[in-house]
Ligand binder design. Structure first.
Ligand code: HH2
Length: 256
């Protein structure tokens, strides 16, 4: 399980709450105590319409948090699409690089290839600025699967061992509710590709659409979705509500 820390002012659910590094670090440590296997630190919001952040600013936001959490023995992943941030985080001891852009930025593949870091490869149609305007697919599951397979191949050819790679269909990244539902139901198909699958649905618009709740009231819907994602074959879930999600999964494991 990945616990989310957004060191941003504008993230859709926790924007501004952990912009102060001390609060972000404290939150990361708390999520580790609650059972997060990885703390996912991001300094650039990728919500629909978000403005890009300059490299220097992103480094200034995430590095103090990454460094402090690594020092405390927390397993950290860095949520970035910039090779400079990937390299700095890896040098600081970051275990995993999580790229919503699937390592398509020039230099991104190289940044992780020359390291031992795990990688999370996510599918996104378009860019965060425009991705939710009119997403279209002829076959959403087939297109997402073949994109992820191609990106995994590029990484493997660059020297990233298959065991280091996890794939993520990218819920909400250039997808309508119907696309998200189709991908969610297809998690077993994606898992059959032979890589661990990550599902990130926590507090997202799809949970809002299914529950009618604003972003601050989506914890229960998110926990249900995380549990179903694991039952559908996801090996990893990326969540804001770590304690609640851990409880739900433990109860399921004990009672199934
Ligand atoms: N979703 C978000 C950010 N990073 N990474 C992966 N691998 N999968 C996801 O589904 C994913 C992700 C968006 O959520 P959040 O970090 O809460 O918000 P924001 O992008 O506004 O910071």
């Amino acid at each position: 399980m990945l616990g989310i820390v957004n060191v941003t002012a504008d993230s859709f659910s926790d924007g501004g709450r952990y912009f102060d590094p001390a609060r972000a670090i404290e939150h990361g440590l708390a999520m580790r105590e609650q059972g997060a296997d990885l703390v996912d630190v991001g300094g650039e919001s990728t919500r629909p319409g978000a403005e890009p952040v300059a490299v220097d600013e992103e480094l200034r936001r995430v590095m103090p948090v990454v460094e402090a959490l690594v020092k405390e023995g927390v397993a950290v992943s860095v949520d970035t699409l910039k090779p400079e941030v990937m390299r700095a985080a890896i040098d600081a001891g970051c275990a995993v690089v999580n790229d919503v852009n699937a390592f398509r930025a020039p230099g991104a593949v190289e940044a992780v290839a020359n390291s031992k870091a795990g990688v999370i490869v996510m599918h996104m149609q378009g860019t965060p600025q425009t991705m939710q305007e009119d997403p279209r697919y002829a076959d959403v599951v087939g297109e997402v699967a073949s994109f992820l397979r191609d990106r995994a191949r590029v990484l493997e050819e660059a020297g990233v061992a298959k065991e280091r790679i996890a794939l993520d269909p990218g819920f909400g990244f250039g997808k309508t509710l119907e696309h998200n539902k189709a991908l969610f139901r297809a998690l077993p198909v994606l898992a059959s590709m032979g890589y661990p699958i990550l599902a990130g649905v926590s507090r997202k618009g799809m949970i809002g659409a299914l529950t009618g709740r604003p972003v601050g009231e989506r914890a229960a819907g998110s926990v249900a979705a995380a549990l179903l994602a694991v039952q559908n074959g996801a090996s990893l879930v990326r969540v804001h509500d770590v304690r609640e999600t851990v409880d739900a999964i433990n109860v399921w494991v004990a009672l199934r």
